[in-house]
Design a protein around this ligand. Structure first.
Ligand code: GDP
Ligand code: IMO
Ligand code: MG
Length: 424
């Protein structure tokens, strides 16, 4: 019953979309298991570039079905917009896209509460994507969320929205001094989603488990990155779900014993969007150079991504948690113009060298990275597809990473397009 999981090993935007789109050619179903439209997964081929936020990155490969699992929080407006985009591009969605009846819905008040809360936090704002993710997961765990299945019963939906809105509007108005949400307009809007979303709604857990029994192969697509995991990331500067491997089982309803491959997507350097600790951040011209060369601007919000050197202490930690079986190392080409490249191998905390990734914020803010400096290759490598065609310095860089992490690389990405990849 083979399930492969694709997981961001850093703070997101590692190139998961590209890798999922590439490797799902040999897969039957691609399934998203957590997060929501906070994700931005970019897929490029020929001269085309598309960003997916909710629909799994298998949608552009014929013969691949796509599942949005119970662990995802769904913004129906964003989903319908995305379905429209995919259809306009000439891809079938009907009979290929399946949405879990158990997934929770993002409501307009989630976005409004998030906006108010971020303002409230003032200097401590998380720098969220503003997609309502946190408040939607709060409602899920507070057992007051509204689920996809609720769309199917108009009367019940109406009752649930009214019940929820009483509390939400009171919070918005009395706690945050923010504008209330118009209940009737909201009900009218969501009642309409019933018709639009109905064709896609199903019991995706049953679908996935039946498919696995039939010998079909599933690729679980993580969103965000392991260091944004609500339990294992740089809390509280994290997202509100579990991008790490455990999230795949709870977010899809598949057994852990069905997983036989866990692919860690590793960007050849580090980036982070939003606030929070980032030990190897380059707040200088070099960071700006990486941002420009790597086009490091958020695929969802357009915000400039913070850039820095590769952090093996952090990667060792996320490798440990996820049990990566192999790595896909992306954006190696972005490092091509550098005379030398640094890799962080240890931290110094209170005068002591450590390899452990600290879990508390004060320590993470305090650690000083220890670097190994490697020679750059100063040669354009965009589009290289053979290992032996890589300059020796680039091969050494990759070897240093895989030796340190004790995990082999199965793919090296040398450009944004599907075919700009070395398969090992
Ligand atoms: P995701 O969220 O992990 O799917 O990653 P994003 O799509 O947000 O960000 C990755 C960005 O890097 C996108 O613009 C991709 O098109 C691009 N990309 C992916 N792999 C490579 C690569 O190997 N080289 C270069 N130059 N760009 C890449
Ligand atoms: P993909 O799937 C990078 C970040 C936000 C913020 C924090 C919490 O494209 O890799 P949220 O809106 O989730 O409550 O924001 O998480 N964040 C991401 N950063 N890539 C993403 O997704 C992200 N999704 C959320 O910037 O710091
Ligand atoms: Mg992204």
């Amino acid at each position: 019953m083979p399930v492969s999981v694709v997981i961001g090993s850093q703070w997101g935007d590692e190139g998961k979309g590209k890798i999922v789109d590439l490797i799902c050619r040999d897969i039957d179903i691609v399934a998203r298991y957590q997060g929501g439209a906070n994700a931005g997964h970019t897929i490029c081929w020929d001269d085309k570039t598309f960003v997916l936020h909710l629909i799994p990155s298998g949608i552009f490969q014929e013969g691949v079905d796509c599942v949005i699992g119970n662990g995802v929080v769904i913004d129906p407006v964003a989903m319908m917009k995305e379905i429209g985009m995919v259809k306009d591009l000439g891809y079938d969605v009907g009979g290929r896209l399946f949405v879990s009846h158990n997934a929770h819905l993002i409501m307009p008040y989630h976005k409004r509460i998030e906006e108010a809360k971020e303002k409230w936090r003032d200097g401590e704002a998380i720098g969220t994507t503003g997609r309502g993710i946190g408040p939607a997961y709060v409602d899920k765990f507070a057992r007051s969320g509204i689920r996809v299945v609720d769309l199917l019963d108009r009367d019940l939906l109406r009752k649930k929205i009214i019940a929820s809105m009483e509390e939400k509007n009171a919070i918005l108005e009395k706690v945050y001094g923010a504008e209330k949400v118009d209940v009737e307009a909201l009900i009218e809007e969501y009642v309409e989603f019933d018709k639009l979303i109905d064709p896609y709604i199903t019991d995706t857990t049953e679908l996935l488990c039946r498919s696995l029994k039939q010998g079909k192969r599933v690729l679980a697509e993580g969103a965000q990155g392991s260091l944004l995991d609500v339990d294992f990331g740089t809390y509280p500067f994290v997202t509100s779900s579990h991008p790490t491997v455990g999230g795949c089982c709870t977010g899809l309803g598949i057994p852990p014993t069905s997983i036989d491959r866990v692919i860690g997507i590793v960007k050849a350097y580090s980036t982070r969007v939003g606030n929070g600790p980032f030990p190897t951040e380059l707040n200088n011209d070099l960071g700006e150079e990486l941002r420009q060369t790597g086009h490091e601007f958020g695929a969802t919000t357009g915000r400039p991504r913070r850039c820095g050197w590769l952090d093996l202490v952090a990667l060792n930690y996320t490798t440990m948690i996820n049990g990566f079986t192999d790595l896909a190392i992306t954006k190696l080409d972005v490092l091509s113009n550098l005379d030398e490249i640094k890799i962080c191998t240890d931290y110094v905390l209170k005068g002591k060298k450590i390899r452990r990734f600290p879990s508390d914020l004060p320590s993470l803010n305090e650690v000083e990275p220890v670097y190994v400096t490697m020679p750059g290759w100063n040669k354009d490598i965009v589009g290289i597809t053979e290992w032996n065609d890589l300059p020796v310095e680039a091969r050494n860089y990759l070897k240093f990473v895989t030796d340190y992490l004790e995990v082999p690389a199965s793919l090296v990405s040398t450009g944004p397009k599907r075919d700009q990849t070395i398969v090992l």
